[in-house]
Design a binder for this molecule. Structure first.
Ligand code: BJ8
Length: 431
């Protein structure tokens, strides 16, 4: 898409209807437009199929919201989540729509800090601030939100968020023993009941099987895309890959899957015809750690502006979201809920202990992606990822993998310092 013709569209009438603070929110689309033009549309040789994803960003506050409002009017509930442990398959089986509500913007932090302590994770503050300030149309559309007990900042914030929007909480155990699985299955069943209550319809074995296939197809399309981007030279930038993985949390799943598959076809063509976004000599970086919610593009932009390519995201807005699928085949409802729980238990978030699987997974993805160094990204005040970086560093040292850990937030203040550190790291990789 031509940079000049791109625009994040506004729809003040719709926002008004949703009870938003229209005056304040009106500043958001022009800000995202400017950042998007600079970070994404200035890239050379982008795949043509990125036009769809540009369009999704353009419609993020208008067209997609209109679709959600219409779907609600037609009886489909919209459920907001903050974590990849809350099973989307159940929402789809209940004829509902799942939207990720994690916040990746500095713009809503001040709203949160009027109520919450300042020294907590920026993702939690950003998400909460969107609701408290009425400056996120997705938050205004949802029928209810489903939080979880992964980290302290989140689980305590849900108690306050409940004062603004009905907030249910899923207990996520922090170990993965048989007895933890038994508890987890019960939590999944409670979630199913909450979805059934709002739709007034029973989730049947058939509807859950269909939803499972739909989500498996989506995750497999993302697996295919991620495998293709590992090619050297890279057929697609890390910035575009991050964007697609962010859009996965608010787009309609079937349409998204088709568009990802179309992009994959184009990437195969590009690989065959040696069309790339960077030379084969460009340093290749794997980013691991805390998720980067829309519009957090800070680190990818810094790394790629320094001449490197991000070749993998070991993150929940990344491989943790799609590396595992649910076993298909004949089942009873209990079997299927058990298989679904098994799939979700494979997600290796740092809130678990012990969590050796994640360390092994990062190293595996490092090897598979042909990366030459790992940058572990931790949002400020996220203790579990911050501490787990110690073990990751030890594993990398043992295997001779260049490793750098950074801690950051959404403010632009540390950009200069991060640029310097990233450039020094890239020099180290290149010898
Ligand atoms: S499964 S990574 S999506 S919890 S960064 S809010 S943990 S203080 S986001 Fe996450 Fe689920 Fe885990 Fe993934 Fe807390 Fe840390 Fe902030 Fe975090």
């Amino acid at each position: 898409m031509e940079s000049k013709s791109f625009e994040v569209k506004s729809n003040p009438e719709l926002w008004e209807k949703l009870g938003m603070d229209v005056a304040r929110f009106s500043a958001m689309p022009p800000m995202i437009t400017a950042a998007y033009q600079k970070i994404f549309l200035s890239q050379k040789d982008r795949p043509k199929a990125m036009a769809y994803f540009d369009e999704m960003v353009s419609e993020v506050h208008s067209g997609r919201i209109e679709e959600l409002v219409k779907a609600k009017e037609e009886g489909h509930p919209v459920i907001g989540t903050f974590c990849v442990y809350v099973p989307e398959e159940i929402v789809l089986a209940g004829d509902g729509i799942c939207v990720g509500l994690c916040g990746g913007s500095q713009g809503s932090i001040a709203d949160a800090e009027k109520i919450l302590p300042r020294n907590i994770c920026p993702m939690v503050k950003s998400a909460f601030g969107f609701k408290a300030g009425r400056i996120c149309p997705y938050f205004q559309v949802v029928d209810f939100v489903y939080g979880e007990t992964t980290c302290d900042a989140k689980k305590k914030t849900w108690e306050i968020l409940d004062q603004y929007v009905p907030t249910h909480v899923m207990e996520i155990p922090q170990m993965k023993r048989e007895r933890d699985k038994a508890l987890w299955v019960e939590e999944v069943k409670d979630f199913k009941k909450a979805v059934e209550k709002i739709t007034g319809k029973e989730i049947t074995l058939e509807s859950l099987q269909q939803a499972t296939r739909k989500m498996n197809a989506k995750r497999m399309a993302l697996q295919r895309l991620n495998a293709l981007r590992h090619h050297n030279p890279s057929p697609i930038s890390g910035r575009d890959m991050l964007l697609i993985q962010q859009i996965a949390f608010y787009d309609e799943p079937q349409r998204f899957t088709q568009k990802v598959d179309l992009l994959c076809d184009e990437l195969e063509y590009r690989i065959r015809n040696k069309v790339s976004v960077a030379p084969a000599s460009a340093p290749r970086i794997l980013i691991s750690g805390t998720p980067m919610a829309l519009p957090n593009w800070k680190l990818h932009n810094i790394v790629e502006s320094a001449g490197a390519v991000v070749v993998n995201e070991e993150s929940c807005i990344g491989t943790r979201y799609y590396k595992d699928t649910i076993e298909d085949g004949t089942a009873t409802m209990d079997d299927l809920l058990g298989r679904l729980t098994d799939r979700y238990m494979k997600i290796d978030c740092s809130c678990f202990t012990p969590n050796e699987d994640r360390i092994d997974q990062v190293i595996r993805e490092y090897r598979e992606s042909g990366a030459q160094g790992i940058i572990d990204y931790c949002l400020q005040f996220c203790h579990t990822y911050n501490i787990e970086a110690v073990k990751l560093r030890q594993a990398c040292e043992k295997q001779g993998i260049p490793f750098m850990a950074i801690e950051s937030d959404y403010s632009p203040e540390d950009v200069g310092q991060l640029q310097t550190r990233v450039e020094a790291f890239l020099e180290q990789i290149q010898g």
